[in-house]
Design a protein around this ligand. Sequence first.
Ligand code: UDP
Ligand code: MG
Length: 328
Amino acid sequence: MPSPADERPLLSIVLPCFNEQEVLSELFRRLQCAAAEWDHTWEVICIDDGSHDRTWELLQAQAKADPRWKALRFARNFGHQTAVSAGLFHATGQAVVVMDADLQDPPEELPRFIAKWREGFEVVYAIRTKRKEHAAKRLCYWLFYRVLASVVANPIPLDSGDFCVMDRKVVDVVRSMPERNRFVRGLRAWAGFRQTGVAYERQARAAGEVKYTMRRLVRLGLDGIFSFSTAPLRLATYLGLSVSLVALCGVVFTLLQRLFSTFFASIGLAPVPGFATIVISILFLGGVQLICIGILGEYLGRIYDEVKRRPAWVIAEGAGIDPQIPSA
Ligand code: UDP
Ligand code: MG
């Protein structure tokens, strides 16, 4: 008699979908074609992240046509990282793949990732060699990953995204993390185990619009930094110290100017009633104080989100799968 572990598919594929009606038929076709070459069992878990278009109808139809396709519908839009987390939560495979629904991460590449996983790596993440996005966005990504690497204790590999294969052990660790602000690639790096990267060329989106607006990207970036590092709090201290140092130099200079007024006058630095200086220093200090309050606020907001202990997501219905409730 097969044990429950044998009934598990070898591979689960987690696909977050938000208003992806244009791309879904192509996704079904490409993934089925790619999977026809695989010699292992698989399942797909699609998370409809509160789409307003026909995404859910299409996912439901697919789940009806092929029981290996399962779908969950969020009660509203919870965001990409939460959708990925819910997918990881429901995946039953011994290895789990996370990829985008828009075919920017090609399913044909998966055998290379699976091969590495079979070699014994618990996390095989994708490293983007070429991005087919415009220069300003690429520069932002480039900068973000470098800043992140310099402030985070266990660094997230440079230029790695969410596209990856994770072993069940890592999925269980990520699943057990209760936090609400979920930066999945950070949680994955935090888990440890043997991790390796596989280079791939990130494709342009197959169809439809980009759902990650600049605002959402900035929010994701802030989650990445503030959820994994307290370095910004230290930055506030350093900022405060440097401003105080500048102020101290100013005090010493003013004293000397008063004591040796004739000398200072001879070199053109006679004391003048400095209205501008006062205004500038007040503005500067005000700016530094606001930055520091902002940094405190980022952490305070996150603590507030956590202590409320609301569920990270709400599932409205499932197709081919029963929704489970994450424990608080
Ligand atoms: N996505 C999501 N919820 C959101 C935004 C995006 O589930 O609120 C999904 C989207 O359907 C896609 C993936 O996340 O499968 C990546 O989004 P997108 O392609 O828009 O962004 P990119 O990473 O390419 O900039
Ligand atoms: Mg995309």
